[in-house]
Design a protein around this ligand. Sequence first.
Ligand SMILES: Nc1ncnc2c1ncn2[C@@H]1O[C@H](COP(=O)(O)OP(=O)(O)O)[C@@H](O)[C@H]1O
Ligand SMILES: [Mg+2]
Length: 239
Amino acid sequence: MIEAQDLRAGYGDGADILNGISLTAGRKELVTILGPNGCGKSTLLKTIAGYLKPRSGGVKMHGKDVSTVPIHEKVRHHRVGYVPQTDNVFRSLTVAENLRLGARGLDRATTARRYDALMEQYPVLASKQGRKASALSGGERQILSLARALIAEPEILLLDEPSAGLSPLMLHEVFDAIAGIRDSQGMCIVMVEQNAFEALGVADRAYVLSLGQVAIHAPARDLLADPAMRALYLGGHVA
Ligand SMILES: Nc1ncnc2c1ncn2[C@@H]1O[C@H](COP(=O)(O)OP(=O)(O)O)[C@@H](O)[C@H]1O
Ligand SMILES: [Mg+2]
């Protein structure tokens, strides 16, 4: 579903941040991108999404080259949802208004049907439809940003640190919601994460980046099981 091939990318006329990264993600697969702060995780996601044009290499979605297709066209024509790391909801708008923004371009009946389905799926939002997003907790806002991407029924979902700033309890709730979307809707999900252990707990495969390259690519469960990997790349957290 997603095939990134030998991506090089950077900002303005600055040095390359991505130094030749290849990555794949399939249908009904949750792939996580891990690595230390500043190693290029968000840059990789932005390049896949189309906020940043690769300097070389390419991105394919559903087998089609989309390297130079900007994000708004990807959303419309290639069924892509993207949830950025920060500022992912409009705080001055209500929950309902935020959701409807995600449904732009859909007819009324379709919007209403999907809206109702999301309310059923996420009761925490249903009880706060009329509240401003600023009144939600961090976890509720993450669920809202996820739901806003889902209302367009994407086939590919790109998530940048969905667990940022969440309590351990909310973190599990958000990750369970993400794994649930993969399982029930067969979606292709690429998720950048800081919380490596928790992310590996729900992901199928992982890419660990270092200095703009893929240092490790392995099934999530292998990474979790390997003490050397833990010590080296996951903060030395040995259970
Ligand atoms: N908009 C930008 N303009 C210039 N440099 C940037 C920009 N965004 C990120 N960078 C730089 O790119 C590098 C990788 O950043 P980023 O992809 O955000 O890392 P991560 O998400 O892994 O923490 C960092 O050195 C960062 O300073
Ligand atoms: Mg980042």
